[in-house]
Design a protein around this ligand. Structure first.
Ligand code: MG
Length: 244
């Protein structure tokens, strides 16, 4: 019988009517490369509560991947019946960023460095695709993931207009990686990020590193869901060697 990974790739090939080969990995950052989502969620909740808006930190895992502006507008529309203006958006995002930085250094996600190094050494290109505009994390990438990502192979909040769940960031990632959608895989932890990868027509792998149920990632369209990086690492050679 076919293993789960091979079966998932075959289903992807049938759905897209294409031949898959893993030439590039398009990886999300928060919740994938860094164990940083707990800080983002807490910073968002405290900032919104400071605006008099009722919310809990767990809700922000469902918004993960959106641009700051889009996230702020969801709460403004719900609470005030309108979008935030530019001044409000800038002030609130700055406050959220200040609170995030105050938590200190986020640790690399356990197992992520080993996984990225293995993928790179197998000759697969690595591209970063994040909705984050958090300089503190972007600057850390080279220190924690040396030689894996370069500024030319990064898509950040500064590059995109729409952000996840729109396909735009991952379409831009394909362009930066110089590959077609059937020659790449997306690595994500968030439902909206999975939606973006699937909308871009890419084989999408989810690693569930947060508090949401696996079903949230499956419903978003993930081709595979793993509980952690170590579990993905144990299966990654099946993806690397497929059609090679
Ligand atoms: Mg993420």
């Amino acid at each position: 019988m076919e293993d789960t990974v091979t079966a998932a790739i075959r289903r992807y090939e049938q759905r897209r009517n294409c031949r898959f080969r893993f030439d590039a990995l398009l990886s999300d950052m928060d919740g994938v490369l860094y164990d940083s989502m707990k800080y983002h969620a807490a910073a968002w909740a405290a900032t919104m509560q400071g605006e008099g808006i009722e919310c809990t930190s767990d809700e922000f895992y469902m918004h993960e991947g959106r641009t700051g502006k889009a996230t702020i507008n969801i709460y403004y529309r719900r609470d005030k019946g309108r979008d935030a203006n530019d001044e409000e958006t800038a002030r609130i995002y700055a406050e959220k960023a200040r609170r995030f930085v105050a938590f200190g250094k986020a640790d690399p996600m356990p197992g992520a460095q080993k996984l990225m190094l293995h993928i790179k050494e197998a000759g697969v290109k690595t591209v970063l695709v994040t909705g984050s505009g958090q300089r503190s994390l972007l600057d850390k990438i080279e220190a924690d993931y040396p030689g894996i990502f370069t500024p030319e192979t990064m898509v950040t909040a500064f590059d995109v207009k729409k952000g996840k769940p729109d396909a735009e960031p991952y379409l831009m990632g394909l362009k930066k990686g110089g590959v077609a959608s059937n020659n790449a895989a997306v690595l994500e932890n968030a439902p909206l990020g999975v939606e973006a990868g699937v909308a871009a027509g890419i084989f999408t792998i989810a690693v569930n590193t947060g508090p949401l149920p696996d079903a949230a990632l499956v419903e978003a369209g993930a081709d595979l869901v793993f509980p952690d990086m170590a579990s993905l690492y144990r299966q990654i050679d099946k993806i690397i060697t497929y059609n090679r």
